[in-house]
Write a protein that binds this ligand. Structure first.
Ligand SMILES: *[C@@H]1O[C@H](CO)[C@@H](O)[C@H](O)[C@H]1NC(C)=O
Length: 328
């Protein structure tokens, strides 16, 4: 229950009301003519080109062309150190427009907010004014991209992390629109569950800023493991993609077919601070800069990770037949 299917029958007025009640906004992203889909995933990037951001951007451009990508996913922490100050903050152009200049990257960018983005004017990044400055930009707190072959659900994970509220240290977070936190999270989880349950897409992907599982600096996000992961497991999600830890990483869940994929290496990296490298299910971990690519067809998913020189560090395939999952 709670999916409100009847809303779809009583179209215009109720539809407007349902948006008010917080149902996730949906965007249509066509697949290629042959039904396949490919995209790049980058996280934790905006530093005006510094810390190898420009080098990573240039390799993304090359790989984007090679794979004929349809769009780019940003896993958040889009602008360092403290998000954007306002919609007029030049960091938007200096860290985004003027950095990701390759032809192949002139596609839609779907972006979520990270914790650093909440330390500035969080609403600035959600503003249509930014899309006027650079038409590629699309950032919302939580939303759905229906890419035919795949449904991608973007989840605002920062409000899940209790310590940002209870122990913000010297940071000031922009919690406008979030409080009361428990209510916000409960609604969001319900929306995510409904969207996943109703999805008929071949591949189900969830994107958030924070990791559910990571062996990097920040490690697992307990609140997501407790509240979000059970919903992903119950609804046959294939991939959870995130940033936050400044690394590239692939962990296979030991209890479900879910693959945890971290792409948070868009600029500053090399923390040299790793936990539990012997962790069960850990397939790959790289502490330096780089990005990830995803190529999907009806029966196959290929995930690859690249370093600043464009070298493939790790490649992994999943196969699917009649809804089954298997992988090599
Ligand atoms: C840039 O990348 C190179 C190659 O991985 C690395 O050796 C270097 O430390 C990086 N620079 C910074 C500032 O992170």
């Amino acid at each position: 229950m709670g999916c409100d299917r009847w809303v779809m029958l009583v179209i215009p007025i109720i539809y407007a009301l349902s948006n008010v009640s917080g149902e996730l906004k949906r965007f249509e992203q066509p697949s290629k003519g042959d039904g396949s889909l490919s995209f790049l995933v980058i996280g934790d990037w905006g530093r005006r080109g510094a810390f190898n951001q420009s080098q990573v951007a240039s390799q993304m451009g090359k790989m984007g062309e090679k794979l004929d990508i349809d769009f780019v996913v940003s896993t958040g922490d889009n602008f360092y150190d403290n998000g954007l100050r306002s919609v007029h903050d030049l960091a938007f152009e200096e860290s985004f427009t003027n950095i990701y200049t390759a032809n192949s990257l002139q596609k839609q960018w779907y972006s979520v907010l990270g914790n650093h983005d909440y330390r500035g004017d969080a609403e600035a990044q959600l503003s249509p004014l930014l899309t006027k400055i650079d038409t590629r930009w699309l950032c919302l707190r939580s939303f759905i991209v229906n890419a035919e072959l795949a449904e991608i659900i973007f989840v605002d994970t920062t409000p899940f992390v209790k310590s940002y509220f209870q122990d913000p240290e010297d940071h000031i977070y922009d919690w406008r629109g979030i409080n009361p936190r428990k209510h916000y999270i409960a609604n969001l989880l319900k929306d995510v569950e409904c969207a996943l349950r109703e999805s008929n897409a071949k591949w189900k992907i969830v994107v958030g800023h924070h990791a559910i599982k990571s062996v990097g600096h920040h490690g697992d996000t307990r609140e997501l493991a407790t509240h979000l992961l059970p919903i992903l497991k119950a609804n046959n999600v294939d991939f959870y993609m995130n940033g936050h830890d400044h690394c590239l990483e692939h962990i296979s869940d030991t209890e479900s077919p879910i693959q945890f994929l971290t792409s948070g290496a868009g600029s500053k990296a090399w923390r040299g601070d790793v936990k539990q490298l012997n962790r069960e299910g850990l397939k790959f971990f790289y502490d330096g800069q780089g990005f990830m690519s995803v190529q999907l067809t009806q029966s196959n998913a290929e995930i690859a990770f690249y370093d600043v020189d464009g070298k493939i560090l790790h490649r992994w395939n999943a196969f699917k037949q009649f809804g089954d999952h298997s992988s090599i």
